[in-house]
Ligand binder design. Structure first.
Ligand code: PNS
Length: 160
């Protein structure tokens, strides 16, 4: 069984995330989407909500599993017998930090990181930018799965 993990904050998942997850699911037998819990970052959505949003957006992909994790990614990989991490790369600006993390994770555990280039139409897309634009009333509906967009608009309305 070739299994990979796609870790991230997914706060919230975007079409850029979905593209990488769908393509990774075509390469591996099983893709685990791991929502990483960061105690220092208060998210707009709870970890459970992010997992629900991911499950909804990926319901058409049979070999994807959604999970969450608090701790080192390599410990998650060890516990679940995962040998590969898949990360989307948007631009060269992502590369510096991603390379550092990939090398650290490889040294800590032997787990390999594979980089997948995003589609060009998603290269500017990030969860934080989507939240900022939506906060000020910008239209981000074309950048998000439909359910995510609905929930984002509701959440921002609740907060204001
Ligand atoms: O979506 P993000 O916020 O860019 O994802 C970053 C994430 C969560 C993948 C990264 O911070 C991570 O792997 N965190 C888990 C803790 C860990 O293993 N840190 C050491 C990395 S070398």
């Amino acid at each position: 069984m070739r299994r990979a993990v796609c870790p991230g904050s997914y706060d919230p998942p975007t079409n850029g995330h979905l593209d990488i997850l769908e393509r990774a699911s075509g390469v591996f037998d099983e893709v685990v989407v791991a929502v990483l819990i960061n105690k220092n970052k208060r998210g707009l959505f709870s970890v459970d909500e992010r997992m629900e949003l991911l499950a909804d957006a990926l319901s058409h992909v049979p070999n994807v599993r959604i999970d969450s994790w608090h701790g080192l990614l390599v410990d998650y990989c060890r516990q679940h017998d995962i040998k590969a991490i898949v990360k989307g790369l948007r631009a060269i600006s992502d590369f510096d930090y991603e390379l550092q993390m990939a090398q650290m994770n490889q040294q800590l555990s032997g787990v390999e990181t594979l980089f997948m280039p995003t589609k060009p139409e998603n290269s500017f897309l990030s969860s934080s930018l989507v939240k900022e634009v939506a906060t000020y009333g910008g239209d981000v509906s074309h950048l998000l799965p439909e359910t995510v967009h609905t929930r984002l608009v509701e959440r921002l309305a609740d907060k204001s």
